[in-house]
Design a protein around this ligand. Structure first.
Ligand code: AP5
Length: 212
């Protein structure tokens, strides 16, 4: 059983790293942001409620996120563990998680704020396959078009500068206290998330496995 949590501010590169790490650990990558965006696209009642908070850069109420996460964890592929990205986001969620699926490792991504803003505002993604690009660091082969699907790339509704600033504040106020919470539990490892994706990937593997 492997239960890993990736913690870090918006744009730190959690999603980028999680995709290959989940394959390596043979567990599913569970991103509460992705699950919520899926619900928004499906126009489910939960998605419509969540959308209002997400567009504004605010946290979605705990009970909605918990419901969507528990549904996902009940699927068979999560029986051997998970790589959790975007949950928990506050101490109440961390306490909740400790009740039903306590993590055994937590890795915190550390990175200067100026780099985060640049990464997020340049992010684009494919509405069909979810592939994530960056106009500067990971551009698609053809401008504005997904390499896999040929679909027109979009910008997330919460990646506008005004929402990004709120997300960063929310992170400092509500999520950053989790660093101390998990440090006290002896579960926390911090990594420098400033570097190329390959460099960060090596640091992440070293943090989890003791070697790159
Ligand atoms: P969520 O989807 O979780 O967003 P986030 O935490 O803000 O994180 P991001 O997806 O912005 O960043 P990331 O660290 O994954 O970076 P990425 O790898 O994409 O949450 C969105 C919203 O959903 C929340 O605001 C909230 O409303 C709601 N929500 C979700 N979970 C919730 C919860 N538990 N409780 C309540 N509400 C919740 O990289 C960013 C960009 O940088 C990309 O373009 C990428 O290509 C590029 N990049 C990545 N790594 C590098 C690198 N090393 N060098 C250069 N460029 C890089």
């Amino acid at each position: 059983m492997v239960r890993v949590v990736l913690l870090g501010p918006p744009g730190a590169g959690k999603g980028t790293q999680a995709k290959s790490l989940a394959t390596r650990l043979a567990v599913p990558h569970l991103s509460t942001g992705d699950l919520l965006r899926e619900a928004v696209r499906a126009k489910s009642p939960l998605g419509e409620e969540a959308d209002v908070y997400m567009r504004a850069g605010r946290l979605v109420p705990d009970e909605l996120v918990l419901r969507i996460l528990k549904e996902r964890l009940a699927r068979p592929d999560a029986s051997s563990g998970f790589l959790l990205d975007g949950y928990p986001r506050n101490v109440a969620q961390a306490r909740e998680l400790a009740q039903f699926a306590p993590p055994d490792r937590v890795v915190a991504f550390e990175i200067p704020q100026a780099i985060l803003i640049q990464r997020i505002t340049e992010r684009r993604s494919c509405p069909k396959c979810g592939a994530v690009y960056n106009l500067v660091t990971k551009p698609p082969k053809t401008d504005g078009v997904c390499d896999n699907e040929g679909a027109e790339l979009i910008q997330r509704s919460d990646d506008r500068l005004d929402a990004v600033r709120i997300r960063l504040l929310v992170y400092e106020e509500q999520t950053a206290p989790l660093l101390e919470y998990y440090r006290k539990l002896g579960l926390l490892t911090r990594i420098d998330a400033n570097g190329t994706p390959d460099e960060v990937g090596r640091r992440l593997r070293t943090a989890l496995e003791g070697r790159p």
